[in-house]
Design a protein around this ligand. Structure first.
Ligand code: ADP
Length: 544
């Protein structure tokens, strides 16, 4: 017997409808390409969203067609999200930092019909345009003045002229909630990028987790600074969660890793909650340190995408009174999987115990099931000791990759998604990533966590960045090698660092050697590129 409740599909257009009525005067502030601030309200934003939806309808697109965006975090990109998805098309966000070959691959694989591009990316797109023949035209995210006279792109129209004459009335289509709404490719360190296709239902349910007090707790009182790009995993779902509750939104435009901009935006606009990967916060903390500044309004940062070093958690707390909430997830999970939030009985937790908790990746929220398994697929206990392959399940976890039909081998026979991460889970349910499956170091038949060594090394004041890889060893199969970038103005030695590890990690985990380097290579999403390091140090020999 079915229940007798209304069958309202979960659609992102319902966020527009709700926020337009409830928070019309809430502000959205963006840094523009000329460095000035653009400021308007939710009401202004939705007028333009509806105009854009009308304009897109005249391009001859049909439901489910892909429109790609390549842009920074600003108001036009936000408008595109709602207009494209709400009107029934699929918003394919492209990471401009990827290699041109990867971008070409993704546009062709997705069969994007139109491209919406920030003026800053025109030179890049001009170069690749002969290789993306399916693209029918380009919308330049600016006005006519932003179109260079000698621009080579065919069928190019400016965003402003496209929407200018359009009506601001738009009837949102009553879509199937399982209809696709967004597409984001994982960069994939090996093989071609793989497309993750979000639907309306997964997007809404995921946004509910963002606003749930027991998870991300994004609320109406927040002023949120999403430094995590709109071109990567929907900026962690922040466009949807923030507008669901009517939070003020502050976008840094192209100034995503600029400590000074992030600091002044935070202070001027009264940012309370900031979202981003560890690298951007390193830039902000360094700027604050060097200029003797304190973050006054900021209360919390949600940090994920890579492990958060303990030193960062301590710095935010002691210098700025900011609570770091570590989170873990991935493109395939929309991306939210776990987040640090305190459980009952933890009200009087000591500072030391709290930090010990914060270096973990967090606990699963309702909507994400987790398990860890060994090589034989046997389920391991949540005892904080056993570690194994982390698998997840839930309504905002991908069931397959776009057009791959199971070929990626990413899902188990009993329907779990294999994350490629290795983790342990403590009895209270807090999960801790110990490695990527492919980065784990196998030494003498045991596993060594490269992440834990990196985090410990980052706690040394002389180390700005650290990466650990396994190098071949005849006796042990592999041994850890630490590659480190020295902190500015510090002259630290290999011996200092090796001594620093004593008592902090298991003795046999201590790297055999430390190599200092000027720079550690990163992927397009800011993660350490271990494949490149492994190539670079492939002939390196461990001392036995
Ligand atoms: P890509 O590298 O393709 O951009 P994602 O952004 O989806 O992929 O990255 C997901 C991966 O990032 C996770 O599987 C995990 O290895 C790593 N990751 C994400 N958050 C954390 C975290 N808080 N701590 C450690 N690793 C993390």
């Amino acid at each position: 017997m079915h229940g007798l409740m209304m069958d309202n599909p979960l659609l992102i257009s319902s966020i527009v409808e709700h926020a337009d009525i409830n928070f019309p005067d809430r502000e959205i502030v963006s840094v523009t390409n000329d460095g000035s601030l653009h400021r308007y309200t939710y009401k202004d934003c939705f007028i333009r969203v509806r105009k854009l939806a009308n304009a897109l309808g005249k391009l001859g697109l049909k439901e489910g067609d892909r429109i790609a965006t390549m842009a920074w975090n600003d108001n036009r990109h936000l408008e595109a999200y709602y207009a494209i998805g709400g009107a029934g098309y699929v918003c394919h966000t492209i990471n401009p930092r990827l290699f041109p070959e990867q971008i070409i691959y993704m546009i062709n694989h997705a069969e994007d019909r139109w491209l919406m591009i920030d003026p800053l990316f025109v030179p890049l797109i001009e170069k690749i345009s002969p290789e993306i023949p399916n693209v029918e035209g380009y919308i330049l995210m600016g006005d006519d003045n932003d179109i260079a006279e000698n621009c080579k792109l065919k069928n190019l129209v400016s965003y402003e002229s496209l929407i200018n004459e359009e009506s601001d009335n738009f009837e949102w289509p009553n879509l199937d909630e399982k209809a696709a709404v967004g597409l984001c490719y994982t960069s994939g360190t090996t093989g071609d990028p793989k497309g993750v296709l979000y639907n309306h239902r997964s997007t809404i349910l995921h946004a509910m987790a963002l606003i749930a007090p027991d998870a991300m707790n994004l609320s109406n009182k927040d002023c949120v600074l999403p430094v995590v790009p709109l071109f990567h995993v929907n900026s962690w779902g922040s466009p949807y969660g923030a507008m669901m509750v009517g939070a003020k939104i502050v976008y840094p435009g192209s100034k995503m890793a600029d400590g000074e901009t992030l600091y002044s935006l935070t202070e001027q606009e009264g940012v309370t909650l900031a979202l981003g990967v560890p690298t951007v916060w390193l830039a902000l903390l360094q700027y604050a340190d060097q200029n003797d500044k304190k973050l006054n309004s900021l209360q919390r940062t949600i940090i994920g995408g890579a492990a958060v070093p303990e030193s960062m958690i301590r710095d935010f707390h002691s210098k700025h009174d900011v609570f770091v909430q570590q989170a873990w997830g991935m493109t395939e999970m929309s991306p939210l999987g776990t987040v640090i939030s305190l459980k009952y009985g933890m009200e009087n937790i000591s500072h030391g115990d709290l930090v010990e908790l914060q270096v973990k990746q967090g606990r699963g929220m309702f909507g994400v099931e987790m398990r860890i398994v060994n090589d034989e697929q046997e389920i391991l206990p949540w005892d904080g000791e056993a570690f194994g392959a982390l698998q997840v399940k839930g309504p905002w976890v991908c069931s397959d990759y776009y057009k791959l039909d199971g070929a990626a081998g990413s899902h188990t026979d009993d329907g779990w998604f294999d994350t490629g991460d290795v983790a342990k889970i403590d009895p209270l349910g807090y999960m801790q990533i110990t490695d990527r499956t492919k980065d784990v170091i196998k030494s003498g038949g045991e596993w060594i966590s490269s992440i834990e060594i990196e985090n410990t090394a980052m706690g040394h004041p002389g180390v700005a960045e650290a990466a650990v890889i396994g190098i071949e060893s005849e006796k042990w199969t592999e041994r850890p090698l630490l590659i480190a970038v020295k902190a500015e103005g510090r002259d630290v030695s290999k011996e200092d660092i090796l001594k620093f590890f004593v008592g902090k990690i298991a003795k046999w985990w201590i790297p055999d050697d430390v190599v200092f380097t000027e720079e550690i290579p990163h992927t397009a999403t800011g993660k350490i590129k271990k494949t490149a390091l492994r190539d670079q140090f492939s002939s390196y020999k461990a001392s036995e």
